[in-house]
Design a binder for this molecule. Structure first.
Ligand code: HEC
Length: 128
């Protein structure tokens, strides 16, 4: 049957592609992590200079929110965040369940738990 052969070949190609792509998984994670950071507007406040991640000036909308305007300026560059915190700690911090100097993070992460894990695991690798 023609369809079945096609499906079989398709699957085989997929498996081969995955095996072949394995060494690039780290980079793929970076792409996904940065996409998540954009989607969650982390780039309103944070930069990651080590990977060329810039703030997005179009996200500035500080009128009437002095607290957030202050946070924009105080937010650290995350290029070396993996030297300070591990992924588990960052997961808690981004859910406002962990503090820095008695202060919780300004934003609670709004994505899925899987996205949070992917993001924090990648942030943990940043040791510049
Ligand atoms: C409204 C501004 C703002 C947004 C948006 C924001 N952050 Fe932050 N973030 C801060 C500030 C300010 C700090 C510093 C907290 C402190 O030291 O008290 C911080 C600290 C952190 C830290 C700890 C850094 C360190 O050096 O200890 C991590 C990790 C972090 N943010 C990740 C994220 C991620 C991931 C996102 C997006 C999901 C995000 N932040 C969105 C303002 C922001």
């Amino acid at each position: 049957m023609k369809t079945r052969t096609t499906t079989g070949t398709g699957l085989l190609t997929l498996v081969l592609a995955m095996v072949w792509l394995l060494p690039f998984a780290a980079e793929a994670n970076q792409d996904q992590a940065l996409a998540l950071m954009k989607r969650n507007q982390c780039n309103k406040c944070h930069t990651i200079k080590a990977v060329g991640f810039q703030k997005d000036p179009t996200l500035k909308d500080d009128e009437g929110d002095e607290e957030e305007a202050k946070d924009d300026k105080e937010a650290p560059d995350l290029s070396g965040v993996g030297k300070k915190h591990d992924a588990d700690w960052m997961e808690l911090f981004l859910q406002k369940r962990e503090k820095i100097k008695g202060r919780k993070h300004t934003r609670r992460f709004k994505g899925t738990p899987e996205e949070l894990t992917l993001l924090t695991k990648w942030l943990e690798t940043l040791k510049n």
